[in-house]
Design a protein around this ligand. Structure first.
Ligand SMILES: [Zn+2]
Length: 451
């Protein structure tokens, strides 16, 4: 099954689920594909009559780990053994985690602290799950958890007891990819909306990046803007271990719809984002040179209308906290880097014979921004400040055509490469499907369908 087929299948499944649940917004996580088995008291310990005496436990079925699966099988026939699962909490200690797992076993605790392999349990990041099997006295029989943060290769750590001896080993982990769909509405800031829709930060930042030529997420967002996003996630045994790429996203900003579909051209490993007509979304210049983050999110909303406006002094002022990274708006060469009168600390980039860009009032110029250096779009060239003639922290940005400052919003930027004819047919079929799914997900349609 190709990724696209999987994707469309998942989209269809998600849509049926959405229809069934009649939710208008915020799709919850995909439950399909992994099974959670809640063991009642009778399932694990048939000899114990009163369920309220037992710790709460959830068993996660471990399909890809035969040894643990075997253990679980045998457990269901062995009274007095318990499996529990806990998530690592921020600031957690090993002692607290073991306590919650029902482990009362000084030998096991000291083994985990001292054994070279087992001690990797001490570095589990918050949110990760650890499962443990204990006997009635709280003695640890086995424990398992995923290691690594998803960027590294993932390993599963397994601690096992044989008689009085504990041992630890690591095994390779196979990951399955799945597709998630989420939607949300902007009320205060992008991150508030993505948090509410349970969209990971990595995906929120991809949305910002994908539309960086068209939307300045620091100052263009309006209350009531909406997004719908479809992205890949990677799982192991029912645990989400990594967030992948956005496959399609729609953003409605100030009444205008922006759509992006990921597509890798025929014979190319490298993909890019295209609008539904097959035009590449990334343009030669970024809409805002400021790096967007949780810190800057909503900042210029507060300081409106200073930001994003073409003013008499022939530049655009972007309000932002001191220290916010400033990025090269386009590929270019550093033409000037230093202090210059009212501009304060300033960098000028030249982009070919016609265009140049100016960044002023910096608190600090980045070390890479030296005269003659070649920079790429998005490279950090300095940091927001209030040097020179400036009344408060902001970036003064100029877009120059033949050395004349012009309003970039009125300049037709250099042409964007479109998909080749050979790709267009395939792309249009895919884009039509996406568009259809997005239309189905839109709240109006959902409300109608729910009646
Ligand atoms: Zn200015």
């Amino acid at each position: 099954m190709s990724l696209r087929d999987k994707f469309l299948e998942a989209v269809a499944a998600k849509w049926s689920a959405l229809r069934a649940s009649r939710k208008t917004r915020v799709l919850t996580g995909m439950a399909a594909g992994f099974s959670l088995i809640a063991f009642g008291a009778a399932g694990v310990a048939p000899n114990v009559p009163d369920a309220s005496d037992l710790p709460v436990r959830v068993l996660v079925q471990e399909l890809a780990l035969p040894d643990l699966a075997t253990q679980i099988q045998s457990l269901s026939t062995q009274p007095g053994q318990f499996i529990s699962e806990e998530r690592v909490r921020p600031g957690d200690s090993l002692a607290a985690l073991l306590d919650r797992l029902g482990v009362d076993d000084p030998q096991a605790a000291s083994f985990i602290r001292s054994d070279a392999t087992a001690s990797k349990l001490m570095n589990l990041r918050p949110g990760r799950r650890m499962q443990a099997t204990v006997n009635q006295e709280g003695k640890l029989l086995s424990a398992t958890a995923l290691l690594g943060d998803g960027r590294d290769e993932l390993k599963r750590l397994l601690i096992q007891r044989q008689g009085d001896a504990l041992s630890a080993l690591q095994t390779d982990v196979r990951m399955d990819s799945r597709v998630e769909m989420r939607s949300g509405e902007i009320r205060s800031s992008l991150f508030a909306a993505t948090d509410a829709a349970q969209v990971p930060d990595a995906v929120a930042m991809q949305i910002v990046d994908i539309f960086s030529s068209d939307i300045d997420f620091a100052s263009d967002l309006r209350k009531g803007d909406r997004f719908q996003v479809i992205y890949e996630t990677f799982w192991n045994n029912g645990e989400a271990v990594r967030t992948g790429r956005i496959l399609a996203v729609e953003f409605r900003n100030a009444g205008k719809n922006y759509q992006a579909v990921w597509y890798a051209q025929h014979g190319s490993e490298q993909g890019a984002y295209y609008d539904l007509q097959g035009k590449a979304l990334k343009k030669a210049f970024l809409k805002s040179p400021l790096q967007f983050s949780r810190v800057t999110s909503g900042f210029s909303m507060r300081l409106h209308p200073i930001s994003g406006l073409w003013k008499q002094h022939k530049g655009i002022d972007f309000a932002a906290p001191v220290g916010t990274p400033i990025r090269a708006a386009s590929d270019g060469m550093v033409d000037f880097a230093g202090a210059q009168g009212g501009y304060g600390n300033m960098v000028i980039l030249r982009h070919g014979p016609v265009y140049s860009t100016v960044y002023a009032h910096m608190s600090r110029i980045a070390p890479v921004a030296k005269r003659g250096t070649i920079v790429s779009q998005g490279d950090v060239i300095g940091y927001v400040g209030t040097s020179g003639w400036s009344t408060g922290p902001h970036l003064h940005y100029e877009f120059r055509v033949n050395n004349d400052a012009r309003d970039p919003n009125t300049i037709a930027t250099p042409p964007v490469p479109a998909l080749a004819e050979a790709d267009l047919q395939t792309f249009h079929r895919m884009a039509d499907d996406m568009n259809h799914r997005f239309a189905l997900m839109s709240p109006k349609t959902v409300q109608l369908a729910a009646r």
